[in-house]
Every structure is written in structure tokens, then in C-alpha cells.
Ligand binder design. Structure first.
Ligand SMILES: [Mg+2]
Length: 408
């Protein structure tokens, strides 16, 4: 009698016990069954194990019988589903179809958030392959110290309309959830360079406004800064105007401001981890080198490119030295750093909040608008508005559990 090929899907669920997977697969080994696919997930102490096996009609009955006995002995549920060769081939053909990573990030990710995000994904014709939690286990009593929560979905399919999806994600951001969609390609897990804007990104202030305050021209400068950051006036023009207003300010004021910079939540943790795992980091700022260098020293950034204020006799002259770092220049610097470090531009990340960050956010492999102005947020591919800068680590796919292993 001829033995036909049989494909069987096996689903096992129940309380997780040590050695369960090995004892079940040992039965398959005994009958020389071939495992075409395998996947396992644990939630709390409950396990779900799925396998797709190929065997022949003379053995399949024995395999199922032995597995059934073993499952009963282990106290778990087991289910068998026959899969036709046509169904299997169809499934194989779908592999490699566009894959994306959807990251859900917030102080707290609620059921409502997940329902809305997965609905948006579903409406785009995307199918969810797997879901994992990247943040640590959530204690029942709420964490008072800046809690954060992150869930990552692996999805697959062809997007109907990226703009509509982006719009839906923007709506979620008003409900306290940041959602991002990244292509799940080879570069996604091999990012190597991260470029940061400084003012209102790494620090919670615009230094030029503080300098102006101390120079007694606060209101004048602040008004110009706001218009520049909203993209209403040319950056270079506004920069020259503002620097001129600082004429005569004593250098000791700069030192004082540098030592009291309000550092954004998560910077220290993020930098420690990024450096530990080998990322190159840069500050590309339309602000001033004096403060950029201060942060470089404090946190160990690899590069700082910003604007140099001219100083004569211990006072600002109201002029600057060299070329202005504006939006175009930031993007150019990102490209040059990639060239210099021999990094594919797709492996770069840019983070910023202002309109002058858009060129670099759009150029980078991953551009993240951080607590950004609405115009910037709407244009950038991804954004973080709910938590601190260490939220970037989750966009890079780093899990709290693997971060803890670094023993920082
Ligand atoms: Mg900024």
C-alpha cells in the first residue's frame, strides 16, 4: 500500500510544565515526523504551542495516539487539524509578503488603545502574526515613578493607504498612545547611528530663550523662536536676528545655564543603553555648541554639531562663527556621519521636535518626532509624545528584560 504524505497542525494549550515541549517533540522524532513550523507563547504560566508536521499515512495514527496519551498525562489540551497540500503550498507562497512592526507605546496601554490600534491595522488589510510585550511585567498597583508600557505587533500584508493609517495613529496620540509603523526589514534590527536635536528634545527648554531672558530680551526672542519652530519664518534669518539681540551677555551666564539644563526624562537611561550596545550618537542642533558639548561630556555623545557664538572679552558679540546649522544642514550632517561611519542611511535614526528637524527625520531610516509641534508630528513617520526619550529603545526593538541583563 502506498503511503501518502499527511500534514497535520497540532495545537497544545494548558499549564506550562518543565520539559513539556521536549517530551512532545520526542514522540515526533520517534516516528521521524518532519516539523514544518513551530511556535510557542507563554502568558502568565499558561502555554500555547503550535506545530505543523509532515508525516505519512502509515504513521499519522500512531503519532496522534501517542501525543494524545502524553497530553493527557501532562494535563494539557491537544487538538489536531489536517491541512491539505494545497492549503500548505498557499501558505508558503504568502511568506515574505510585506512585513511591518507596529509599536504601541504609552504611560499605560489600555484595552481600548489596543482595540483601536488593531482595528486600524485590520482596516488596512494587515494581518497580525505575533504580539509581544516589550516592557516589564505590570504590577497591579500602579507604578508611581513614570510608568511606561509598550506592546509590539508583527504584521504582514500590503497597506491600502499609509496616510489613512497615519491619521488613525495621530488620533490615538490624543488619547495617550503613540503608535508607530516601521517596515520590518533587515535594517530595522541593525540601526547603528542616532542623531538628536538638542533644544526641546534632549533638554526641556530652548537655550536661546533662557539666554535672552538673562540678557533682558526674553519676550522679543521667544516670539521669534516660536515662529521659527512652527516653520513660519526662515530659520537662518530668525537665528541671526536672535543672536544679535544677545550682544553684551556675559559668558558666565552661559556656564550657569549649562549646569542647570533641564534634562528630558529618560536621557540618562537611553544613553547608557545605546552606548552599551554600540550605537553611535550625535547631537545635531540649531542651538549652541557650548551646551551641546556640555551634554556630550555628561552623557558621552560621539559627535556634536551646532552653532558657535562669537565671544570677545568674556562677552557675546551678537554674532556667530561659521556656517549656521539649519534644517538642511542637519540632514547633510546625518548623511556625512553615515558616510564617515560607513553606515547605510537606512540604519540611521533621527529624533527631533522642530520644523528644522524635518529634513533629517525624513532622510533617516527611522525618523521620530519627539513631543513635537503638530506640523512636525503630522509629517514624521513616527512620534513619541506620551513618555520620555528612552521610549526610543522600544522602537529599536529592545525589551526591558534584555536591558535588565545589561546590569546597568
Ligand atoms: Mg528642538
Amino acid at each position: 500500500m502506498e503511503n501518502n504524505v499527511e500534514i497535520i497542525q497540532i495545537n497544545i494549550s494548558g499549564e506550562d510544565k518543565p520539559g513539556m515541549t521536549s517530551s512532545l517533540t520526542a514522540i515526533l522524532a520517534r516516528y521521524d515526523a518532519f516539523i514544518l513550523d513551530i511556535g510557542q507563547a507563554n502568558i502568565h504560566s499558561s502555554l500555547t504551542l503550535g506545530m505543523l508536521i509532515k508525516t505519512t499515512s502509515d504513521k499519522s495514527g500512531f503519532i496522534m495516539k501517542d501525543l494524545l496519551f502524553k497530553a493527557s498525562e501532562l494535563g494539557v489540551m491537544i487538538r489536531f487539524t489536517p491541512i491539505s497540500v494545497e492549503q500548505y503550498n498557499e501558505w508558503v507562497k504568502r511568506q515574505g509578503k510585506n512585513r511591518y512592526i507596529v509599536t504601541l507605546l504609552g504611560r499605560k496601554v489600555t484595552a481600548q488603545h489596543i482595540a483601536m490600534a488593531t482595528q486600524a491595522v485590520y482596516e488596512q488589510g494587515l494581518n497580525i502574526d505575533s504580539i509581544v510585550r516589550l516592557t516589564g511585567r505590570v504590577p497591579l498597583l500602579e507604578d508611581e515613578r513614570a510608568p511606561k508600557s509598550c506592546i509590539e505587533l508583527s504584521v504582514r500584508g500590503t497597506l491600502y493607504d499609509r496616510n489613512i493609517l497615519q491619521q488613525k495613529f495621530m488620533e490615538l496620540s490624543t488619547l495617550g498612545l503613540d503608535v508607530s509603523l516601521q517596515k520590518d526589514d533587515i535594517y530595522r534590527r541593525s540601526r547603528r547611528l542616532i542623531c538628536f536635536d538638542m533644544d526641546s528634545t534632549l533638554i526641556e527648554t530652548e537655550v536661546i530663550d533662557e539666554l535672552a531672558e538673562r540678557a533682558g530680551v526674553g519676550d522679543q526672542v521667544k516670539a521669534i523662536t516660536e515662529r521659527a519652530m512652527r516653520g513660519e519664518i526662515d530659520f537662518c534669518e530668525s537665528f541671526t536676528e536672535r543672536v544679535a539681540l544677545l550682544k553684551g551677555l556675559d559668558v558666565s551666564v552661559m556656564e550657569d545655564i549649562a549646569h542647570n539644563l533641564p534634562i528630558t526624562e529618560g536621557v540618562e537611561r537611553m544613553m547608557t543603553i545605546l552606548k552599551r550596545v554600540g550605537y553611535k550618537t550625535a547631537i545635531l542642533s540649531g542651538g549652541f555648541t557650548y551646551f551641546g558639548n556640555h551634554l556630550k561630556q555628561k552623557y558621552g555623545f560621539d559627535y556634536v554639531y551646532a552653532n558657535e557664538l562669537e565671544i570677545e572679552d568674556g562677552k557675546l558679540t551678537g554674532r556667530y562663527v561659521g556656517e549656521i546649522v539649519d534644517g538642511r544642514r542637519k540632514a547633510e550632517l546625518l548623511r556625512l556621519l553615515c558616510q564617515f561611519e560607513n553606515i547605510n542611511i537606512a540604519q540611521s535614526v533621527a529624533v527631533g521636535d522642530g520644523a528644522n528637524d524635518l529634513p533629517m527625520l525624513n532622510l533617516a531610516g527611522l525618523g521620530i518626532a519627539f513631543h513635537a509641534k503638530p506640523k512636525v508630528k503630522a509629517t514624521a513617520g513616527q512620534s513619541i509624545s506620551t513618555i520620555g526619550l528612552d521610549g526610543i529603545l522600544y522602537f529599536l526593538g529592545l525589551k526591558d528584560s534584555s536591558i535588565e541583563e545589561l546590569h546597568l
